[in-house]
Write a protein that binds this ligand. Structure first.
Ligand code: R5P
Length: 333
């Protein structure tokens, strides 16, 4: 996707005041890059952890009448990161910010979005409620696990996607691939995988997968479609423990694929996912920086992990929200 860079333009009549960027501690590099894109500083704040593990936030300056954006992803440590986000939002509210937008590139608990068995919570709903109750007027997030989660918020928001950045990166590689095929890592991602296949003008195959319990174990079962003698581009929204993807990669290989590429948006990479995935025969893993990947995790990938930054997209949308300019127009909508 080519962004129409407009952050240098100054809007004269901002309804909510100037942009003030705040960041929690969850994704400092992404926050810095967003700030650089917008040519603005990150505003000063202290975040202190007391000995009893309670958090305390203090802003370095007044935000009265300002348009505040809190950049905080909610990957692990989820509860610490979530509380930082909520406390930052409440602090801005109590300091009379004109408007507060929660910028949450990865929304925690998005997989807990329905009662699919008796006596279980819908935690995604709870998280959305908490963000609102803390005082957010808007939210910006990316590639929700299920689109319907938007309905758990009653404040307006923008759900962005890494789709355009990922296909723009993959497209030039097609020329050297052998009969490439897009493979959906599970049926839950099938509709979105179809979008990848359509945008890249490729055939599509699906993996049918079954979860074995509530403890994140997955078993890949059947391949629907043809991957034999083809290069495969496996797509999914997130990799957490890597269980689903490792199964998918093994199955695709067993079914006779040549080179394997893996494209996914949110690199949770928990537990031993980096070790596990780094050891598999994958030509390239392509992901984004909605969740930071520390150097020790990166080290397990033998130079085959590409991270596309979402900072230009998030920065541009922040600018558009502040200026009251269409976000959909960015995607020709
Ligand atoms: C599941 O529905 C998602 O699309 C991902 O496949 C899943 O979140 C990955 O989890 P894990 O890496 O732990 O298997």
């Amino acid at each position: 996707m080519t962004l129409h860079l407009s952050s240098h333009m100054r809007h004269e009549h901002l309804m909510y005041g100037d942009v003030k960027l705040f960041a929690g501690t969850a994704c400092p590099d992404l926050a810095e890059k967003i700030a650089r894109y917008l040519k603005l500083p990150l505003s000063g704040r202290d975040i202190i952890t007391f000995p009893n593990d309670n958090l305390f936030v203090k802003l370095h300056g007044s935000v009265r009448g300002q348009d505040c954006f809190v950049i905080q992803t909610t990957s692990a440590p989820v509860h610490r990161n979530l509380m930082e986000l909520l406390i930052l939002i409440q602090t801005l509210r109590l300091d009379s910010a004109a408007r507060i937008t929660a910028v949450v590139p990865y929304l925690a608990y998005a997989r807990s979005d329905k009662k699919d068995q008796p006596r279980v919570p819908i935690t995604a709903r709870l998280v959305c409620d908490m963000i609102e109750v803390a005082g957010a007027d808007r939210y910006i997030t990316m590639d929700l696990h299920a689109g319907q989660i938007q309905g758990f918020f009653s404040i307006p928001g923008d759900v962005l996607t890494a789709f355009f950045s990922l296909i723009d990166y993959i497209r030039p590689k097609l020329a050297t691939m052998r009969n490439p095929v897009v493979v959906s890592a599970d049926l839950g991602f099938a509709k979105k995988a179809r979008n990848y296949a359509q945008a890249l003008n490729l055939p599509l195959a699906f993996i049918e997968k079954r979860r074995l319990g509530n403890d994140a174990k997955a078993e890949a079962l059947t391949m629907i479609g043809d991957v034999k003698d083809r290069d495969a581009i496996i797509v999914d929204d997130e990799i957490d423990t890597g269980g689903s993807m490792a199964q998918a990669i093994k199955l695709v290989k067993e079914m006779g694929a040549h080179d394997i590429y893996v494209s996914f948006v949110h690199p949770g990479l928990t537990r031993d996912a980096p070790q596990r995935l780094g050891a598999l025969p994958v030509k390239e893993y392509i992901t984004t920086d909605t969740i930071p990947i520390p150097a020790d995790k990166m080290a397990h990938f033998p130079g085959n992990l590409t991270i596309l930054s979402m900072a230009p997209l998030l920065g541009e949308v922040i600018w558009r929200v502040n200026a009251g300019v269409s976000v959909g127009a960015l995607f020709n909508e």
